[in-house]
Design a binder for this molecule. Sequence first.
Ligand SMILES: [Zn+2]
Length: 270
Amino acid sequence: MPYILFLILNLLVFETVAFSEPQQDQEKRGKAVVSLSDEDLRSTETASEKIKKDGNQNITPTILIVGGGGSHDFDRWFNLEDSKILTEAGANVRYTDQPKNILAVLDELDILYLSNNQPLPDPELRQSIFDFVESGNDLLLVHAAIWYNWNDWAAYNQKLVGGGSRSHGPYGEFKVQVVDPNHPVMESVPATFTIKDELYRFEKDREGSDIHVLAKGIEPDTGEEYPVAWTVDYGKGQIVCITLGHDGESHHHEAYRTILKNSIKWLSDN
Ligand SMILES: [Zn+2]
């Protein structure tokens, strides 16, 4: 058969296997892979590599998700769930909860995705993250990574986040409104939606980087509004910040999943 037909058939067979299997099987497979190693970087999927082999020319950004710290099930939501979302969107995704692993692979990454609230104390790592963005690579900062986590690293919040959060409303439902529906990160996101999460009371740092707000959350008890998604330009790189993501109520929420996928696509394209 002609080679091109062979490639198309291969792709069809692969897609059937990769994207149609029952949820239960996907979760089992994810857990089985993760259990191979606690210390090393964990590759939770190989779908994007298979797509590459099958000749698909879509952009395949290489992403490292960093988790770890308190108050959250980082492995369940930021490793297993978000890795699956981003892999299915075409990214080459790895996860670690060991800060010492970041420097070893930083040069290979297009996007560094921080969700952690554990410290990143190594001065070389801190400088390397700034160099990474200044030279044109991108950051995705989600939920706990937008807290004021580190008193000894003010530049992180000031320059990369544009501020931070020191409190949040009680865990529960609140409304989110898209502020810039024309921005690619908001594509296909409903103009308003309800989500169960912690609404971070984000405080803009007046001395910090400018932020471009994409969506805001409204605190039900007070009516106060806080950004839940925004972008920051820093150096030659770009940053998307998302305060949503406390647990599965967000990671399974269609709007969160769409924002996450749009973010990596937009960061890769720009
Ligand atoms: Zn949380």
